[in-house]
Design a protein around this ligand. Sequence first.
Ligand code: ZN
Length: 232
Amino acid sequence: MRKTETKIKKGKKGKKQTNKKVKAIKSRKRKHTRKNTGKRNIGRKNITRVQRGGNTFNISIKDVYDSINKDNFEICGQAVQETDAHNIQLIYVNKGEEKLNRKPASCSTIVNYPMVWHTHPKVSKYYPSLVDIFKVIKHSSNTSYIFTQYGFWHLYCPDEYDGFDKLNENPLAIEVNKILDEFYYVSGTGREYNSEITYQLVDELNKTIQPHINSFRIAWYEATDENLSYFV
Ligand SMILES: [Zn+2]
């Protein structure tokens, strides 16, 4: 979860270097000020000023789950966490189109936030899409939470990578897509939960992606009260 790992990054070299220095300083500072809250660190600490306006509002994790269970569309937004000691606050930004005839209906936050979240409602698959996975790699966002009826996914990639604009032509993306396709069939089209195969999927995705993108990680948390208590 450290953001200071040295990595070959492409593009905007000058800017990146500066960022790296700043990140290194921030990270050192954080080490000294970090409180031991006894909680696992599942979120990245993004101190982001929340810009109010439009139709955005704070949404509780309970209301997010109400939507997953009753709505046939995704909802999405920005997530903020002031410090490690704080729970993650979800901010509602938008909703996706209604899911009709199993048509994909993804929700867009319109603006790119560093930490984002979206739902996969009960009527859809509970695992991440190819686009969901590469979103944190391409860096429209570096942290993404995907809430589903059975639990949530945490995707994280502190470094930014180019070359993933055309996912259907990228060898790594093609390999990942194959893994997701297989999962579709063993999970009852992504609707039937089985914890063993879900954790296997996590391992397989990490093992496949990390040799190429080594700061990438994906994790799965079942929807227990304890796991959901990381969110306000
Ligand atoms: Zn998704």
